[in-house]
Design a protein around this ligand. Sequence first.
Ligand code: C2E
Ligand code: CA
Ligand code: CA
Length: 530
Amino acid sequence: MRSRKGIAVAAIVGFVAFLMPIAISLRLAWKQGIEDQKREGMRYASEVLRRCNETSFQFERAIRLLNNDHFAHCSPQEIDLMRQIDVGSSYIQMVGRISGNTLECTSLGTTKPMDMGKPTLMTVTGTAERINVSLGPNQLDRLDLVDQHGVAVLVDSSLVVDIPKEGDDVELAVFVPSTPNRERLGAVGSNFRPKWFEPAAKGAVTSYIDGDSVVSQARSGPYDYAAISVIPSRYAYHYVRQFALIFIPVGLSCGLLLGWAVLYISRARSSIPALVRAAARNQEFSVEYQPIVEMATRRLVGAEALVRWKRGGTWISPANFIPLAEESGVITQITDSVIRMVARDLPKLLEADTGFRVSINLSPADLAASATEEKLKELLRRSGAEPRNLVVEATESGFLQGSDTRAVIAGIRRQGIHVAIDDFGTGYSSLACLQTLEIDVMKIDKAFVETIGTDGPTSQVVQHIIEIGHSMNMMMAAEGVETEAQAGYLHSRGVQFGQGWLFGRPMSVDALRRKLDEQNADAMAAQLTA
Ligand code: C2E
Ligand code: CA
Ligand code: CA
């Protein structure tokens, strides 16, 4: 059940890990693509506008030259000059003289006045424009006639919008912003929407997305026209495709790697119960004993049994496997192993000191099981120890489980075994709650002992914890004592017992027995010399 859930979680995480980078990179690619299309669109519009400006410069030059020529209007000399201007102006197809609506003569050689009709529009800069005029069957057809100051030119507006483009469905147009219906002077394409012809600010180049189109506009500052370009936004897919080619493999590898990692971890977690059972069977567990001393005399009076697991040559820290074992319910098998080993070792220690105490750690699951009481009784019977030789340690969370737990703890204490609260101060329970518990010994966590002598914000806490211990009439044992300064502080405030590297690291039962023997020998020697 656990592993199936683990595999499902792995699959989901892997899938998300696979999709996320792809989705993010495609989204980025899409944004990048759109930005590029905007830039491209503004480039198109600017190029069209540049051609419009060039046309205007050529027109202005024609006006300047013709109106300063001192030739008689439409004289052969002036028509000659018109021809020169015409040939030298790339965007101008014809130059002529106009008066009102009458075209009087042109660079094409016509000298017969022609009525051109009313202008289609007047720009705010004063040019009159006639769109799609015809100068007769053989003449240039369907061009725009533009005039100002008596000079007319014929321009081919398709030239200004005839620029190289990315694709055929890019649309371009030139329009006159000052006219109410945004008169168009030239365009390629026919799918324009009216709102695209809303004029931008003078001199501005803008771009935006409208539906599935990237719309860009470049508006002239001095002249009365603006150019727009419209690019289908699907052109951005090009980028998405390029990105996809890179990122899909990357996303795929990330996803596979993550999925594999999750699967691996969930497998490892789900196999903990099997591993622990096998370890118990194969006797991979052992115990070490860490000395506990009486602060006043530094006499070795007890030890805490700490489980050790050597698996395939490497030691696994209990801080790593105990929580997993508790979670998966196999902790009671570890406890059983420890109880068996303590039962085996106790006689060796009691031989040296009949009053010696060994502490055993019990997990919340042990405290909730009524069988635990019986197991401890069995331990005492097999080892020939007295109840006073045994202490059980449990954390706050172990104590606060419910009525079953209270009954088990009460049963243990009734046997005469002492109960200690481990890691005191690190849990979340209220003091009022702790006061109702039946506890003989408080173990002050090493996190608090560490702060002694420092001026960190928590350094005052250890003082309060000791006061609580006194007020509740508990014996106190400080864990993690590493320095003489810590030991001195704790002793001076009435903490009776100490455990930590200052007094001894966890060691084998034989090493502990040797320590007891040395202690006895010293005591004997002291008695003899007294
Ligand atoms: P704990 O019960 O608080 O045990 C004390 C831990 O502090 C031990 O780590 C011990 O080696 C370490 N220690 C002792 N003195 C010092 C010191 O001066 N300085 C420092 N830095 N560390 C010190 P260990 O053996 O790694 O055990 C870790 C935890 O694993 C224990 O914390 C206990 O919660 C759990 N554990 C160990 N053995 C058992 C067991 O047999 N049953 C259960 N249920 N839990 C166990
Ligand atoms: Ca402990
Ligand atoms: Ca502890």
